[in-house]
Design a protein around this ligand. Structure first.
Ligand code: MIG
Length: 811
C-alpha cells in the first residue's frame, strides 16, 4: 500500500470510529465587535465574549448548535463601556473594571486588573480543549492560589488539591469526603496574590472541577456536553457573591417563622403525637415555630394524600398546631404513584405532565409509594399542574414545603439517561436535565405555594438544586450522620453554600443517621442556633432529636440556645434582608472578610465563620474541652463574658459544654429582642441595642416587617440605619423609613467595654448592671459539679422609649 493510501484509509477509519482524541483551542479566523462585546470565529468554534456588568463577562464557546442552560441566569447584559484593539497576534479588550487579553493562535484568554496584574489566565499549552462532546477549560494555577465555594461540596474550605463532580445524587449517610452530593452549584471563587475572581460555569450537564488535584499545572472545569458557557467576575469576594446573585437571583424574604426552631422527625405520627410534641415545647417553655411532617403522614406515602387512620382530619390538626403557635411543613416527594383511583395519577396522565422515553412511554421508577411517574418540572404545564395539586395542602393551612428526593432519587439510584424532559420547550435528556430537576421542582413548589397562598410568604426547602435555586428555596445538607466530623462538615457545607449564593441553608441538627450522645447533641444544637435554618431531625429507628431527648442538662443547654436564637432574631432577620437584597450570605465564611489571611484556611480554623457581620462562631468537637480559635483582624469580645482579645492571634481556651465559643467584633451593633417569647411572633416590646466599644465606625441596618406577607415589597416595613462613631462618640438611630409600625416600645442601650466615665455624660440615666445572654442555668452536670459563670459583670445601660424618629446618643 502506498503511503497516501494508508493515510486515506486511516482518515476514513477515524471518521468511523470516534476516538477520544483531544482538540485544542482553534486558530483565529475573524473578529466582530458589537455593542455588548466581541465574537471570535476560529477554524472550529465561535467564542462570544459579552459584558453583563462592568465586572462580569460571559465567555460562550459554541461548536455546534447552541446548547445552553435556560434556567439559571435571570439577567440580561447591561451597558458597559469597553474598547477593542486588535493586532497581529492578539486582541485587547479594555473594560471598566478589568481588561481581557485574547491570544489568537491558539485562542487563549487572560483576565487582567487595570494595573495589568494577571487575575486569571488560560493555561498556555492547553486552553480550551475538547474530547468528543466534553469541553474543558484549563486555567494556569497561580502562585498560592486557593479556591472556595462550589456549593454543597465536602472537603476543606480551601479546595486546592481537590477535584469534584456535579451530578445530583441521593447519598444516604454520605462519608465526610463523599462527592457528588445532592446539589450542583458550578460557581467558585479563586484567590491569590491579594486578588480574587469568580467563575460560574453555566452548563447543567455533568461537570467536573479540578483545583490542582493530581496535578500542579492547572485548575480546570469540564462539561460533558453542551456549550462551554462561563461567566467571569472580578472584584473582592463579597462583590463577586453580589454579582453572581445579581445574575442568578437572590432569596426572597422567607416568612419569619421559618427562622425559628423547626422540629422534624422521620416521622411523627399519628396526629396526636404531632400535637403532643408541639405541646411539650410549650409546657417546657422552649420556643419553637415549626413541626415538620415526614413521609408517614401520607396514605401509603402518596403525595397529596393523608393517612386516614393516623391523620383523619388534617385541617383540625393543623388548626390545633396553629393555636399552639406552630406552622406545619410537609414533605413533598416528586413521584406520583401509578394507581387506579389515585387522582394525581389520573390527572397527571390526562394533562401529559410526566417525563417520558423517546417513544412516548412514561418513565416508571420505584420509590416510597411504589412504582411512580415523575412530573416534568422543566415544563411550564407541569409546574402549573403541581400548583393545582398543592391546593390540597394550602387549603388546609400548610405553608411550608420540603422538597425531598428530587435528584431524582429512585430505588436503584440509576435514573436512565434516555428520558426526555421539556426544558422550557428545548427538549433534552436526563444528561442535561438531571442537575436542574430539583431547581425546577422548587420553582414549581415555591411559585405554586405563592399563588395558592395569596399574600402569604411560603417556605420551601430542598435537597437537590442548581444555581438559581436560592430564588425559590432554602437548602439542607441531606442525610448526615450523628458524629463530630459530620457536625463540622455541615458547618463548612453551609459556609460554602453561602459563598455560592445560597444564604438560607442548614443541616440536620443532631445528625440524621445513627445515634449521637448527649455532648454531641448539646454542641450541635448550640451551633444550629447560629445557622440560617435551624432544624432538629433524625431518622426512623434512631435516637430522638428533640431538645429534651438527652437528659436534663442537655435540655437546659438546648433551651438556652434556642432562646438565644429567638433573642437574636432582629439581628438575624436584618441579615436575611441584607442577603435578600445583596446576596451576601448570613453565614459568612471568614474567606469573605479576611480573604487574604492565610490562617483562615488553616485546618484548625477553617470551620470558623461569621454569623451576620459581627458574631464569630468557632465550632468545636464535642469531646474537646478546649477550643482553639483564631481571631482575625480587629479586636474581639468573648460573647458570654465580654473579655476582650486583640485580633491577629490564636488562642486556646476552655469551653465547658454549655458555652459555645462565640466572639463579637469590636464596634459591633447587635439588636436583641430582650423579651422574645415562645415563637417568632412573640417578640415583646423591648429592643436591646448592644454596642461593643471599638475604634472603627460601624453601622447596622435594623429591619422589621410583619414577617408573613409580601406587603414589605410595597413599603410596609420599618427600617433604620444605626450608626456608631467612636470618633464623634455617638450612636445614632436614624429616622425609620417605611410604613410598618415597629412593635418595639422601649429601647435599652447596652454598652460593652465602655467605662462609666466614658459615657456618663449621656443625657439619660446610665446604669451599671450585670447581664447574661443565657437564662439562669440550674444544676449543671451533677456528676462533674461544674460551676459555670455566664454573666457579664458590668455593662452600662440606658433605657428610654423607642421612637421611629431620629434618636441620637452623644457621650
Ligand atoms: O429515602 O422522607 O433526606 O431527611 O427524613 C429517604 C424520609 C427519604 C430522605 C431525607 C430525609 C427524610 C427521608 N428521606
Amino acid at each position: 500500500m502506498g503511503v497516501e493510501l494508508v493515510k486515506e484509509s486511516m482518515a476514513e477509519l477515524s471518521n468511523q470510529v470516534k476516538t477520544n482524541r483531544i482538540k485544542g483551542p482553534g486558530i483565529f479566523q475573524s473578529l466582530e465587535v458589537s455593542d455588548g462585546g466581541i465574537r471570535i470565529s476560529t477554524d472550529i468554534e465561535v467564542f462570544t465574549v459579552r459584558f453583563y456588568r462592568s465586572n462580569i463577562v460571559r465567555i460562550h464557546h459554541q461548536t455546534e448548535e447552541k446548547d445552553t442552560n435556560p434556567f439559571s441566569v435571570i439577567e440580561v447584559p447591561q451597558e458597559v463601556n469597553f474598547t477593542v484593539e486588535e493586532n497581529d497576534d492578539s486582541i485587547m479588550i479594555v473594560g471598566e473594571e478589568f481588561d481581557l487579553a485574547v491570544r489568537k493562535n491558539p485562542i487563549l484568554f487572560t483576565f487582567l486588573t487595570k494595573e495589568g496584574k494577571i487575575i486569571n489566565q488560560d493555561e498556555d499549552g492547553l486552553g480550551t480543549e475538547s474530547q468528543g462532546d466534553q469541553t474543558t477549560v484549563y486555567k494556569k494555577l497561580q502562585k498560592g492560589e486557593r479556591f472556595v465555594g462550589l456549593g454543597e461540596k465536602t472537603g476543606g474550605l480551601d479546595r486546592r488539591g481537590s477535584g469534584y463532580q456535579n451530578w445530583n445524587t441521593d447519598h444516604f449517610a454520605y462519608e465526610v469526603e463523599a462527592d457528588p452530593l445532592y446539589s450542583t452549584i458550578p460557581f467558585y471563587i479563586g484567590v491569590h496574590n491579594s486578588l480574587s475572581y469568580g467563575i460560574f460555569v453555566d452548563n447543567t450537564y455533568k461537570s467536573h472541577f479540578n483545583f490542582g488535584a493530581s496535578n500542579n499545572r492547572f485548575s480546570s472545569f469540564s462539561t460533558d456536553a453542551g456549550d462551554m458557557d462561563y461567566y467571569f467576575f472580578s472584584g473582592a469576594v463579597e462583590e463577586i457573591i453580589q454579582s453572581y446573585t445579581w445574575l442568578t437571583g437572590r432569596m426572597p424574604m422567607p416568612p419569619m417563622w421559618s427562622l425559628g426552631y423547626q422540629q422534624c422527625r422521620y416521622s411523627y405520627y399519628p396526629d396526636s403525637e404531632v400535637v403532643d410534641v408541639a405541646k411539650k415545647f410549650r409546657t417546657k417553655e422552649i420556643p419553637a415555630d415549626v413541626i415538620v411532617l415526614d413521609i408517614h403522614h401520607m396514605d401509603g406515602f402518596k403525595i397529596f394524600s393523608w393517612d386516614e387512620k393516623n391523620f383523619p382530619n388534617p385541617k383540625v390538626m393543623i388548626q390545633t398546631l396553629k393555636d399552639l403557635g406552630f406552622e406545619v411543613v410537609v414533605i413533598c416527594d416528586p413521584g406520583i404513584k401509578i394507581e387506579e383511583n389515585y387522582k394525581p395519577y389520573h390527572s397527571g396522565v390526562e394533562n401529559d405532565i410526566f417525563i417520558k422515553y423517546r417513544d412516548g412511554q412514561m418513565y416508571e421508577g420505584e420509590v416510597w409509594p411504589g412504582w411512580c411517574h415523575f412530573p416534568d418540572f422543566t415544563k411550564e404545564e407541569s409546574r402549573s399542574w403541581w400548583k393545582e395539586m398543592m391546593k390540597s395542602y394550602t387549603d388546609v393551612g400548610v405553608k411550608g414545603f420540603w422538597n425531598d428526593m428530587n435528584e431524582i432519587a429512585t430505588w436503584g439510584q440509576m435514573l436512565p439517561e434516555n428520558i426526555e424532559f421539556d426544558m422550557n420547550g428545548e427538549t433534552a435528556t436526563t444528561r442535561k436535565a438531571r442537575n436542574v430537576y430539583g431547581l425546577q421542582m422548587t420553582q414549581a413548589s415555591y411559585e405554586g405555594a405563592t399563588a395558592n397562598l395569596g399574600n402569604e410568604r411560603p417556605f420551601a426547602l430542598t435537597r437537590a438544586g442548581f444555581s438559581g435555586v436560592q430564588r425559590y428555596s432554602a437548602m439542607w445538607t441531606g442525610d448526615n450522620v450523628a458524629n463530630d466530623d459530620h457536625m463540622l462538615l455541615g458547618v463548612r457545607l453551609v459556609s460554602s453554600l453561602g459563598l455560592s449564593g445560597i444564604a438560607f441553608a442548614g443541616y440536620d441538627v443532631g445528625g440524621f443517621v445513627g445515634n449521637g450522645d448527649r455532648k454531641l447533641f448539646a454542641r450541635w444544637i448550640q451551633l444550629g442556633a447560629f445557622s440560617p435554618m435551624y432544624r432538629g431531625h433524625s431518622m426512623i429507628n434512631s435516637h430522638d432529636s428533640e431538645p429534651w431527648s438527652y437528659g436534663e442538662e442537655v435540655e437546659e443547654i438546648s433551651a438556652n440556645y434556642i432562646k438565644l436564637r429567638y433573642k437574636l432574631l432582629p439581628y438575624l432577620y436584618s441579615c436575611f434582608l441584607h442577603a435578600s437584597e445583596t446576596g451576601v450570605p448570613v453565614v459568612r465564611s471568614l474567606a469573605i472578610d479576611y480573604t487574604h489571611d492565610d490562617q483562615v484556611y488553616d485546618q484548625n480554623f477553617e470551620n470558623q465563620y461569621l454569623f451576620g457581620p459581627s458574631i464569630m462562631v468557632a465550632p468545636m468537637k464535642s469531646d474537646d474541652q478546649y477550643a482553639k480559635v483564631y481571631l482575625p483582624g480587629e479586636s474581639w469580645f468573648e460573647f458570654f463574658t465580654d473579655e476582650k482579645y486583640p485580633g491577629g492571634q490564636e488562642m486556646i481556651k476552655e469551653y465547658p459544654l454549655e458555652k459555645l465559643p462565640l466572639f463579637v467584633k469590636e464596634s459591633a451593633i447587635v439588636p436583641i429582642y430582650a423579651e422574645a417569647g415562645s415563637n417568632t411572633r412573640d417578640v415583646g416590646a423591648l429592643l436591646e441595642l448592644h454596642l461593643y466599644n471599638g475604634t472603627q465606625s460601624n453601622f447596622f441596618e435594623y429591619y422589621e416587617d410583619d414577617g408573613t406577607s409580601f406587603d414589605y415589597r410595597e413599603g410596609t416595613f420599618h427600617r433604620r440605619s444605626i450608626s456608631f462613631s467612636p470618633e464623634k462618640k455617638n450612636l445614632i438611630l436614624n429616622t425609620s423609613t417605611g410604613s410598618y409600625p415597629s412593635k418595639m416600645k422601649k429601647l435599652k442601650l447596652v454598652f460593652h467595654g465602655f467605662t462609666k466615665e466614658e459615657i456618663e455624660v449621656l443625657d439619660a440615666q446610665v446604669k451599671s448592671e450585670s447581664y447574661s445572654f443565657l437564662t439562669p442555668i440550674s444544676n449543671f452536670d451533677p456528676v462533674e459539679k461544674r460551676e459555670t459563670k455566664h454573666e457579664i459583670e458590668n455593662v452600662l445601660t440606658v433605657t428610654t422609649d423607642y421612637q421611629a424618629d431620629e434618636m441620637t446618643f452623644n457621650w
